[in-house]
Write a protein that binds this ligand. Structure first.
Ligand code: GTP
Length: 598
């Protein structure tokens, strides 16, 4: 009967529309957190998240709320990440809810990112509660935004809640609406256990801690459980809920959201989207929608200080423990020494991992430009996978190369259709479909090489649509393309870590852009440095970095010692994120120069 009083919901919003602020207010109003304990934006617990203002890890907090009907309700607020790299995780965490609070900034209106998440919520049959937020702002136009929600998203917004996360206005109304409109979870307590894993983290003492939503059956301490996708079996040590700190409970039943511990040592055994059942009384089928996640973007990670190789290895190991989608293996580069080829779900995922390595583990890194995985068919009948341009075999030995392709859906206001199509065309896109979603909004479908998305697709799309386009993609097989390896030479020598795979038709243009960019990034030395791009041994572009005119120290020769020291200090600082190749210092930024697309 307790089940009747449970409500599971999440908050979806475009970045900066006030999701975290509203969540904080809700926590306060349900007195889940003592005020003095309350940090700003408690839900975004990792530092990195807070700094970047994005939510990476999912969280699930249990709240108790005494509603106007005098009844006490249990609410689970489930947090979702907002980025396309983590679409799968968003979709799984929404699958753990029955309702979603849709927060739209009443001064800004619907923005790109809101849409993808709203559609995921609709796909999961969630009840949507529209909220017009920040109505305290003088520039707020709630009526206009209300109409926009109805026209663009196509849901009834006639009773959208006007709220301000800042002042707290309307927050109680949101809670009442959750109670009234979001349905209580159904699910049969006596059926075999089915619990959805929608997040997990690693605890040094207790192992992997999955966050789960029980759909059917119940789970308690001592149960033997099985993870249906990985077949791993464990005995449950503890079950509990987040309040938001962990609180042990006796049992989790249908509709409950919480965690379990079972001395699970590796995260490989626990995958987001998998179903937990009992090892003896097994559920016939897992919950729908599980898929394995494969990394699609790879790059080389190298410690600037070669002595930190082992530290980097340890760091990757630790990070992998709570991020099963991260993969890595040792790699050697002539230019960079010993490092690791590392695979990610997408570009943001890559950024986050790199930043965590330098911040949490204090390792200065050089990262090479990201690459996709090419399927290379050799003339001798062999097929090899290449995720590092350096290892693309000689063109004479290659029959053909397949590259990964995505099916991209882009939503944008109709005024921008022309420029979006233009970008897709330039990115080797193949037009599939265009349809009007309503009078103002268009849905475009393209097939695009993943490699082109890895370059500057996002930025181009964003800037040419004023951020008004929303973009999502799924992998969609492979296609044969006329691809070549382009080498970059510094001072006459090939720098292996700068090689890149390019489409033949774009090679000249890309080569030119890269050497021009490198010219601006590589510091002058005492001698002249030619920077060249070569295709199959033939130079196709060249720039020259002029020699430095004077030694920095020459200026103060015989002069003030402390000033000299300062200069040397400064030089050292500048060298920090650099690798010396032959006689040339290459800064980290140079390795990203190959992403500059003219
Ligand atoms: P991300 O975590 O970056 O996705 O953003 P968010 O959606 O969680 O937004 P957040 O709560 O961090 O708020 C973004 C900014 O808007 C902050 O500067 C808040 O102080 C401000 N803000 C949030 N709610 C309100 C509101 O109701 N009124 C006004 N005036 N400002 C608000």
């Amino acid at each position: 009967d307790r089940q009747k009083f449970i409500r599971n919901f999440s908050i979806i919003a475009h970045i900066d529309h006030g999701k975290s602020t509203l969540a904080d207010r809700i926590l306060e109003m349900t007195s889940s957190v003592e005020k003095r304990k309350m940090k700003e934006q408690l839900l975004d617990s990792m530092d990195l998240e807070r700094e970047r203002g994005i939510t990476i890890k999912l969280n699930a907090v249990q709240l108790t709320y005494k509603a106007k009907d005098n009844q006490e309700y249990i609410l689970h607020l489930i947090d979702t990440p907002g980025h396309v790299d983590f679409t799968y995780e968003v979709s799984r965490s929404l699958a753990a809810c029955e309702g979603a609070v849709l927060v739209v900034d009443a001064a800004q209106g619907i923005q790109a990112q809101t849409l993808a998440n709203v559609y995921l919520a609709l796909d999961n049959n969630l009840e949507i509660i529209p909220v017009l937020n920040k109505i305290d702002l003088p520039s707020a136009e709630p009526e206009k935004v209300r109409r926009e929600i109805e026209e663009v998203i196509g849901i009834d917004a006639s009773n959208a809640v006007k709220a301000s996360g800042k002042s707290g206005l309307g927050v109680d109304e949101i809670l009442e609406r959750i109670i009234k409109d979001v349905k209580a979870p159904d699910g049969d307590e006596n059926a075999p256990l089915q619990a959805l894993i929608f997040d997990s983290f690693f605890d040094a003492y207790r192992g992997v801690v999955p966050t789960i939503r029980v759909i059917n059956g119940s789970i308690k301490k001592g149960d033997m459980i099985e993870f249906m996708a990985t077949k791993a079996k464990f005995e449950v040590v503890e079950v509990g809920v987040y309040t938001p700190t962990q609180k042990v409970v006796d049992v989790l039943g249908p509709g409950d959201v919480g965690y379990l511990t079972a001395a699970i040592k590796t995260l490989n055994e626990v995958r987001v989207g998998d179903t937990i059942t009992h090892a003896t009384k097994r559920a016939e089928k897992p919950l729908p929608g599980y898929r394995t996640l494969n990394p699609v973007v790879f790059c080389g990670l190298y410690p600037i200080d070669p002595d930190q190789y082992q530290d980097l290895k340890d760091a990757l190991e630790k990070l992998k423990l709570n991020d099963a989608s991260l993969i890595y293996e040792p790699e050697t580069s002539q230019a960079l020494g010993f490092g690791f080829r590392t695979g990610f779900l997408g570009l943001l995922h890559m950024d986050i991992i790199q930043e965590r390595i330098s911040r949490e583990f204090n390792i200065e890194l050089i990262a090479t430009a990201p690459s996709v995985v090419y399927h290379v068919y050799m003339t001798n009948g062999e097929k090899i996978l290449v995720d590092n341009p350096t290892f693309l075999p000689d063109i004479q030995k290659i029959d053909y190369i397949n590259e990964p392709v995505v099916k991209a859906t882009i939503m944008c206001p109709k005024d921008y259709v022309g420029s979006v199509m233009d970008i897709c065309q330039k990115k080797r896109g193949i037009f599939i479909d265009m349809k009007y979603m309503d009078q103002t909004r268009v849905l475009l479908t393209y097939r695009l090489p993943l490699a082109e998305i890895v370059y500057d697709f996002f930025d181009k799309l964003k800037s040419s649509t004023k951020g008004y386009a929303s973009f999502d993609y799924v992998l969609d097989g492979y296609m044969a393309s006329d691809l070549r390896k382009m080498d970059i030479l510094l001072n006459g020598e090939v720098v292996d870590a700068l090689s890149v795979i390019v489409h033949k038709e774009f090679a000249y243009q890309r080569g030119k852009a890269i050497v021009e960019k490198l010219k601006t990034l590589i510091p002058r030395q005492m001698f002249e440095i030619p920077v060249q791009a070569a295709l199959g041994g033939k130079i196709i572009a060249r720039e020259t970095i002029k020699a430095m005119r004077k030694d920095v120290l020459a200026k103060c020769y015989g002069g003030d010692i402390s000033r000299k020291k300062k200069l040397l200090e400064k030089q050292k600082e500048g060298k920090k994120r650099m690798k010396t190749f032959g006689r040339v210092d290459i800064p980290q930024s140079a390795f990203m120069a190959i992403l500059s697309n003219s």
